[in-house]
Write a protein that binds this ligand. Structure first.
Ligand code: IPM
Ligand code: MG
Length: 357
Protein backbone atom coordinates (compact mmCIF):
# COMPACT_ATOMS: atom_id res chain seq x y z
CA UNK A 1 0.00 0.00 0.00
CA UNK A 2 1.30 3.46 -0.96
CA UNK A 3 -0.06 6.06 1.45
CA UNK A 4 0.72 9.69 2.19
CA UNK A 5 0.85 10.69 5.84
CA UNK A 6 0.84 14.37 6.76
CA UNK A 7 3.09 14.96 9.77
CA UNK A 8 2.38 17.85 12.15
CA UNK A 9 5.20 17.90 14.73
CA UNK A 10 4.03 21.14 16.41
CA UNK A 11 5.77 22.41 19.54
CA UNK A 12 7.71 21.40 22.65
CA UNK A 13 8.39 17.67 22.72
CA UNK A 14 6.28 17.31 19.54
CA UNK A 15 9.12 16.88 17.01
CA UNK A 16 11.05 14.31 19.08
CA UNK A 17 8.06 12.10 19.92
CA UNK A 18 6.74 12.24 16.37
CA UNK A 19 10.12 11.10 15.07
CA UNK A 20 9.82 7.93 17.15
CA UNK A 21 6.19 7.43 16.11
CA UNK A 22 7.17 7.58 12.45
CA UNK A 23 10.18 5.32 13.00
CA UNK A 24 8.00 2.60 14.52
CA UNK A 25 5.12 3.00 12.05
CA UNK A 26 7.51 2.86 9.11
CA UNK A 27 9.20 -0.26 10.43
CA UNK A 28 5.82 -1.94 11.08
CA UNK A 29 4.40 -1.35 7.60
CA UNK A 30 7.71 -2.26 5.94
CA UNK A 31 7.42 -5.73 7.50
CA UNK A 32 4.41 -6.29 5.23
CA UNK A 33 6.05 -4.67 2.20
CA UNK A 34 4.21 -1.32 2.40
CA UNK A 35 5.78 2.05 1.86
CA UNK A 36 4.48 5.40 3.10
CA UNK A 37 5.27 8.95 1.94
CA UNK A 38 5.60 11.57 4.67
CA UNK A 39 4.75 15.24 4.15
CA UNK A 40 5.66 17.63 6.97
CA UNK A 41 3.57 20.75 7.70
CA UNK A 42 3.48 23.54 10.29
CA UNK A 43 0.94 23.92 13.07
CA UNK A 44 0.69 25.71 16.44
CA UNK A 45 3.50 27.85 17.79
CA UNK A 46 5.96 26.63 15.16
CA UNK A 47 3.55 27.87 12.49
CA UNK A 48 3.03 31.19 14.29
CA UNK A 49 6.80 31.78 14.38
CA UNK A 50 7.21 30.97 10.68
CA UNK A 51 4.01 32.40 9.16
CA UNK A 52 2.22 34.43 11.84
CA UNK A 53 -0.71 31.99 11.74
CA UNK A 54 -1.28 28.88 13.91
CA UNK A 55 -2.80 27.08 10.90
CA UNK A 56 -1.40 28.19 7.54
CA UNK A 57 -3.47 27.46 4.41
CA UNK A 58 -0.67 25.21 3.14
CA UNK A 59 -1.09 22.98 6.20
CA UNK A 60 -4.83 22.56 5.64
CA UNK A 61 -4.15 21.72 1.99
CA UNK A 62 -1.43 19.18 2.88
CA UNK A 63 -3.73 17.51 5.44
CA UNK A 64 -6.63 17.34 2.99
CA UNK A 65 -4.37 15.78 0.33
CA UNK A 66 -3.14 13.07 2.73
CA UNK A 67 -4.54 9.67 3.70
CA UNK A 68 -4.03 10.35 7.43
CA UNK A 69 -2.70 13.12 9.65
CA UNK A 70 -0.19 12.32 12.40
CA UNK A 71 0.07 15.14 14.96
CA UNK A 72 2.27 15.43 18.05
CA UNK A 73 1.39 18.43 20.26
CA UNK A 74 0.94 22.21 20.16
CA UNK A 75 1.43 25.12 22.54
CA UNK A 76 3.89 26.51 25.04
CA UNK A 77 4.59 29.49 27.32
CA UNK A 78 6.23 31.38 24.47
CA UNK A 79 2.81 31.99 22.87
CA UNK A 80 0.69 32.28 26.05
CA UNK A 81 0.45 36.06 25.80
CA UNK A 82 -1.21 36.02 22.36
CA UNK A 83 -4.89 36.80 21.77
CA UNK A 84 -7.17 33.71 21.69
CA UNK A 85 -7.53 33.75 17.89
CA UNK A 86 -3.74 33.74 17.43
CA UNK A 87 -2.81 31.08 19.95
CA UNK A 88 -1.33 27.69 19.00
CA UNK A 89 -4.51 25.92 20.23
CA UNK A 90 -6.42 27.63 17.43
CA UNK A 91 -4.35 25.60 15.00
CA UNK A 92 -5.63 22.39 16.53
CA UNK A 93 -9.25 23.56 16.70
CA UNK A 94 -8.95 24.86 13.13
CA UNK A 95 -7.68 21.61 11.63
CA UNK A 96 -10.40 19.61 13.43
CA UNK A 97 -13.03 21.89 11.91
CA UNK A 98 -11.39 22.03 8.47
CA UNK A 99 -11.27 18.24 8.20
CA UNK A 100 -14.73 17.77 9.73
CA UNK A 101 -13.32 15.57 12.52
CA UNK A 102 -16.44 15.33 14.65
CA UNK A 103 -15.58 12.11 16.49
CA UNK A 104 -12.75 12.06 19.00
CA UNK A 105 -11.91 8.62 20.39
CA UNK A 106 -9.84 8.63 23.57
CA UNK A 107 -9.15 5.25 25.13
CA UNK A 108 -7.98 5.12 28.75
CA UNK A 109 -6.47 1.82 29.66
CA UNK A 110 -4.63 0.55 32.70
CA UNK A 111 -1.98 -1.81 31.36
CA UNK A 112 -1.18 -4.60 33.83
CA UNK A 113 2.54 -3.75 33.44
CA UNK A 114 1.83 -0.21 34.72
CA UNK A 115 -0.81 -0.96 37.38
CA UNK A 116 1.54 0.45 40.03
CA UNK A 117 1.30 3.90 38.43
CA UNK A 118 -2.50 4.13 38.79
CA UNK A 119 -3.56 7.06 40.98
CA UNK A 120 -6.46 5.17 42.54
CA UNK A 121 -6.54 3.01 45.68
CA UNK A 122 -5.33 -0.55 44.91
CA UNK A 123 -8.75 -2.10 45.63
CA UNK A 124 -10.31 0.22 43.01
CA UNK A 125 -7.47 -0.21 40.51
CA UNK A 126 -7.73 -3.99 40.87
CA UNK A 127 -11.18 -3.92 39.27
CA UNK A 128 -9.54 -2.65 36.08
CA UNK A 129 -9.89 0.40 33.87
CA UNK A 130 -10.52 -0.04 30.17
CA UNK A 131 -12.79 2.61 28.73
CA UNK A 132 -13.03 4.89 25.76
CA UNK A 133 -14.33 8.44 25.73
CA UNK A 134 -16.19 9.22 22.51
CA UNK A 135 -16.14 13.00 22.47
CA UNK A 136 -17.96 15.18 19.96
CA UNK A 137 -15.28 17.48 18.55
CA UNK A 138 -16.61 20.12 16.17
CA UNK A 139 -19.62 21.59 17.98
CA UNK A 140 -20.78 22.71 21.43
CA UNK A 141 -19.56 25.79 23.28
CA UNK A 142 -16.19 25.48 21.49
CA UNK A 143 -17.64 26.70 18.20
CA UNK A 144 -21.11 28.05 19.08
CA UNK A 145 -22.08 31.58 18.01
CA UNK A 146 -22.52 34.23 19.25
CA UNK A 147 -19.34 34.42 21.28
CA UNK A 148 -17.28 37.34 22.38
CA UNK A 149 -15.98 39.86 24.84
CA UNK A 150 -17.64 43.23 25.11
CA UNK A 151 -18.64 46.00 27.46
CA UNK A 152 -22.28 46.24 28.51
CA UNK A 153 -23.41 49.15 30.66
CA UNK A 154 -19.80 49.90 31.53
CA UNK A 155 -19.06 46.37 32.68
CA UNK A 156 -17.00 43.81 30.71
CA UNK A 157 -18.77 40.57 29.81
CA UNK A 158 -17.57 37.39 28.13
CA UNK A 159 -20.03 35.01 26.47
CA UNK A 160 -20.15 31.74 24.57
CA UNK A 161 -22.97 29.63 23.19
CA UNK A 162 -23.56 25.99 23.95
CA UNK A 163 -25.43 24.58 20.97
CA UNK A 164 -25.99 21.18 19.34
CA UNK A 165 -28.23 20.22 16.46
CA UNK A 166 -29.95 16.84 16.44
CA UNK A 167 -27.87 15.77 13.41
CA UNK A 168 -24.63 16.53 15.27
CA UNK A 169 -25.79 14.52 18.27
CA UNK A 170 -27.08 11.59 16.21
CA UNK A 171 -23.87 11.09 14.23
CA UNK A 172 -21.61 11.02 17.31
CA UNK A 173 -24.09 8.74 19.10
CA UNK A 174 -23.83 6.30 16.18
CA UNK A 175 -20.03 6.31 16.50
CA UNK A 176 -20.32 5.53 20.22
CA UNK A 177 -22.78 2.66 19.75
CA UNK A 178 -20.73 1.21 16.89
CA UNK A 179 -17.58 1.45 19.03
CA UNK A 180 -19.38 -0.32 21.91
CA UNK A 181 -20.24 -3.21 19.59
CA UNK A 182 -16.52 -3.86 19.16
CA UNK A 183 -16.04 -3.76 22.94
CA UNK A 184 -18.26 -4.66 25.92
CA UNK A 185 -21.56 -3.35 24.47
CA UNK A 186 -22.11 -0.56 27.02
CA UNK A 187 -22.57 3.16 26.40
CA UNK A 188 -22.91 5.78 29.14
CA UNK A 189 -24.12 9.11 27.77
CA UNK A 190 -22.91 12.06 29.84
CA UNK A 191 -24.65 15.46 29.89
CA UNK A 192 -26.21 18.01 32.21
CA UNK A 193 -29.89 17.67 31.30
CA UNK A 194 -31.03 18.68 34.78
CA UNK A 195 -29.90 22.23 33.91
CA UNK A 196 -29.12 22.68 30.20
CA UNK A 197 -31.51 22.60 27.22
CA UNK A 198 -28.64 21.50 24.96
CA UNK A 199 -28.26 18.47 27.19
CA UNK A 200 -32.00 17.70 27.19
CA UNK A 201 -31.89 17.48 23.41
CA UNK A 202 -28.67 15.43 23.67
CA UNK A 203 -30.32 12.84 25.87
CA UNK A 204 -33.46 12.68 23.73
CA UNK A 205 -31.55 12.15 20.48
CA UNK A 206 -29.19 9.58 22.04
CA UNK A 207 -32.25 7.58 23.13
CA UNK A 208 -33.71 7.78 19.60
CA UNK A 209 -30.47 6.56 17.98
CA UNK A 210 -30.24 3.79 20.57
CA UNK A 211 -33.32 2.14 19.01
CA UNK A 212 -31.05 1.02 16.14
CA UNK A 213 -28.56 -0.44 18.62
CA UNK A 214 -30.76 -2.42 20.99
CA UNK A 215 -27.93 -4.92 21.60
CA UNK A 216 -25.95 -2.14 23.33
CA UNK A 217 -26.80 -1.22 26.93
CA UNK A 218 -27.37 2.53 27.34
CA UNK A 219 -27.12 4.46 30.61
CA UNK A 220 -27.12 8.20 31.41
CA UNK A 221 -25.13 10.28 33.90
CA UNK A 222 -24.97 13.96 34.68
CA UNK A 223 -21.45 15.21 34.09
CA UNK A 224 -20.75 16.03 37.74
CA UNK A 225 -21.73 12.52 38.78
CA UNK A 226 -19.72 11.04 35.90
CA UNK A 227 -16.60 12.89 37.09
CA UNK A 228 -17.17 11.37 40.53
CA UNK A 229 -17.89 7.85 39.28
CA UNK A 230 -14.68 7.92 37.23
CA UNK A 231 -12.56 8.04 40.37
CA UNK A 232 -14.94 6.00 42.54
CA UNK A 233 -15.17 3.01 40.19
CA UNK A 234 -13.94 3.47 36.60
CA UNK A 235 -14.45 -0.26 35.93
CA UNK A 236 -18.19 0.45 35.43
CA UNK A 237 -17.48 2.27 32.14
CA UNK A 238 -17.02 0.86 28.66
CA UNK A 239 -17.87 3.68 26.21
CA UNK A 240 -18.49 7.21 27.53
CA UNK A 241 -20.41 9.28 24.98
CA UNK A 242 -20.33 13.02 25.53
CA UNK A 243 -20.09 16.49 23.99
CA UNK A 244 -17.05 18.62 23.26
CA UNK A 245 -16.54 20.50 26.55
CA UNK A 246 -17.53 17.67 28.91
CA UNK A 247 -15.42 15.28 26.83
CA UNK A 248 -12.41 17.60 27.06
CA UNK A 249 -12.60 17.51 30.85
CA UNK A 250 -13.57 13.86 31.38
CA UNK A 251 -10.96 12.54 28.95
CA UNK A 252 -8.20 14.30 30.89
CA UNK A 253 -9.56 12.88 34.12
CA UNK A 254 -9.90 9.35 32.74
CA UNK A 255 -6.41 9.39 31.29
CA UNK A 256 -4.59 10.86 34.27
CA UNK A 257 -5.99 8.33 36.75
CA UNK A 258 -4.25 5.56 34.81
CA UNK A 259 -1.07 7.27 36.03
CA UNK A 260 0.43 7.14 32.58
CA UNK A 261 -0.77 10.06 30.51
CA UNK A 262 2.34 9.54 28.39
CA UNK A 263 0.84 6.24 27.22
CA UNK A 264 -2.51 7.29 25.80
CA UNK A 265 -3.28 7.74 22.10
CA UNK A 266 -6.31 9.31 20.41
CA UNK A 267 -8.06 9.40 17.06
CA UNK A 268 -10.25 12.08 15.50
CA UNK A 269 -12.43 10.96 12.62
CA UNK A 270 -14.84 12.59 10.19
CA UNK A 271 -17.52 11.16 7.92
CA UNK A 272 -14.97 10.95 5.11
CA UNK A 273 -11.43 12.07 4.32
CA UNK A 274 -8.31 11.66 6.45
CA UNK A 275 -8.49 11.13 10.21
CA UNK A 276 -6.12 12.79 12.66
CA UNK A 277 -4.14 10.81 15.22
CA UNK A 278 -2.32 12.28 18.20
CA UNK A 279 -1.25 11.54 21.76
CA UNK A 280 -3.65 12.78 24.47
CA UNK A 281 -0.88 14.60 26.37
CA UNK A 282 0.42 18.07 25.56
CA UNK A 283 3.68 19.59 24.38
CA UNK A 284 5.52 19.44 27.77
CA UNK A 285 7.75 22.47 27.02
CA UNK A 286 9.65 21.96 30.30
CA UNK A 287 11.33 18.79 29.00
CA UNK A 288 11.45 19.64 25.27
CA UNK A 289 14.65 18.81 23.39
CA UNK A 290 16.15 16.80 26.26
CA UNK A 291 15.37 13.28 25.04
CA UNK A 292 13.24 12.72 28.17
CA UNK A 293 9.73 12.52 26.70
CA UNK A 294 7.72 9.31 26.58
CA UNK A 295 7.05 8.53 22.90
CA UNK A 296 4.68 5.61 23.62
CA UNK A 297 1.42 7.59 23.35
CA UNK A 298 2.58 8.78 19.93
CA UNK A 299 3.66 5.27 18.93
CA UNK A 300 0.26 3.93 20.04
CA UNK A 301 -1.38 6.75 18.05
CA UNK A 302 0.44 5.37 15.01
CA UNK A 303 -1.29 2.05 15.75
CA UNK A 304 -4.69 3.82 15.84
CA UNK A 305 -3.79 5.56 12.58
CA UNK A 306 -3.09 2.23 10.94
CA UNK A 307 -6.19 0.50 12.32
CA UNK A 308 -8.83 3.23 12.05
CA UNK A 309 -7.30 5.55 9.48
CA UNK A 310 -5.90 3.12 6.93
CA UNK A 311 -7.61 -0.20 7.69
CA UNK A 312 -4.35 -1.98 8.55
CA UNK A 313 -5.29 -3.86 11.77
CA UNK A 314 -2.46 -6.37 11.50
CA UNK A 315 0.28 -3.73 11.51
CA UNK A 316 -1.55 -1.85 14.29
CA UNK A 317 -1.63 -4.93 16.50
CA UNK A 318 2.06 -5.50 15.75
CA UNK A 319 2.89 -2.08 17.20
CA UNK A 320 0.68 -2.58 20.27
CA UNK A 321 2.30 -5.94 21.02
CA UNK A 322 5.79 -4.44 20.59
CA UNK A 323 4.93 -1.67 23.09
CA UNK A 324 3.65 -4.20 25.63
CA UNK A 325 6.75 -6.32 25.13
CA UNK A 326 9.03 -3.32 25.65
CA UNK A 327 7.25 -2.53 28.94
CA UNK A 328 7.29 -6.18 30.01
CA UNK A 329 11.06 -6.16 29.39
CA UNK A 330 11.28 -3.43 32.02
CA UNK A 331 12.05 -0.30 29.97
CA UNK A 332 10.57 2.97 31.26
CA UNK A 333 10.81 6.67 30.49
CA UNK A 334 10.93 9.05 33.46
CA UNK A 335 7.18 9.64 33.67
CA UNK A 336 6.41 5.93 34.27
CA UNK A 337 9.63 4.99 36.05
CA UNK A 338 9.39 2.60 39.03
CA UNK A 339 12.05 1.08 41.27
CA UNK A 340 13.84 -1.85 39.66
CA UNK A 341 13.04 -0.81 36.07
CA UNK A 342 15.43 0.33 33.34
CA UNK A 343 15.34 4.08 32.65
CA UNK A 344 15.57 5.09 28.99
CA UNK A 345 15.10 8.28 26.98
CA UNK A 346 12.76 9.08 24.12
CA UNK A 347 14.99 7.87 21.27
CA UNK A 348 15.98 4.65 23.02
CA UNK A 349 12.33 3.87 23.78
CA UNK A 350 11.39 4.26 20.11
CA UNK A 351 14.32 2.09 19.08
CA UNK A 352 13.42 -0.63 21.62
CA UNK A 353 9.84 -0.79 20.34
CA UNK A 354 10.99 -0.92 16.70
CA UNK A 355 13.35 -3.80 17.54
CA UNK A 356 10.44 -5.77 19.03
CA UNK A 357 8.12 -5.51 16.04
C1 IPM B 1 -7.58 18.63 23.87
C2 IPM B 1 -7.04 19.98 24.21
C3 IPM B 1 -7.64 20.99 23.23
C4 IPM B 1 -9.13 21.02 23.44
C5 IPM B 1 -7.05 22.40 23.33
C6 IPM B 1 -5.55 22.39 23.20
C7 IPM B 1 -7.65 23.32 22.32
O1 IPM B 1 -7.29 20.31 25.52
O2 IPM B 1 -7.33 18.15 22.75
O3 IPM B 1 -8.22 18.03 24.71
O4 IPM B 1 -9.63 21.71 24.33
O5 IPM B 1 -9.83 20.30 22.71
MG1 MG C 1 -8.12 18.71 26.62
Amino acid sequence: MEKTICLLPGDGIGPEILEQGVLVMDAAVAKNGHHFHYEKALIGGAAIDATDSPLPEATVAACKASDAVFLAAVGGPKWDGLAPEKRPERGLLGIRKALGLFANLRPALLLPQLAGACLLRPDIAKKGLDLIVVRELTGDIYFGEPRGLETRNGSRVGFNTMIYSEEEIARIARVAFTTARQRRHKVCSVEKSNVLETSRLWKEVVCEVHKDFADVELSHLYVDNAAMQLVRDPSQFDVILTGNIFGDILSDEASVITGSLGMLPSASMGAEGPGLFEPVHGSAPDIAGQDKANPLATILSAAMLLRLGLGMPEEAAMIERAVEKTLADGYRTGDIMEAGKKAVGCRAMGQLVAERL
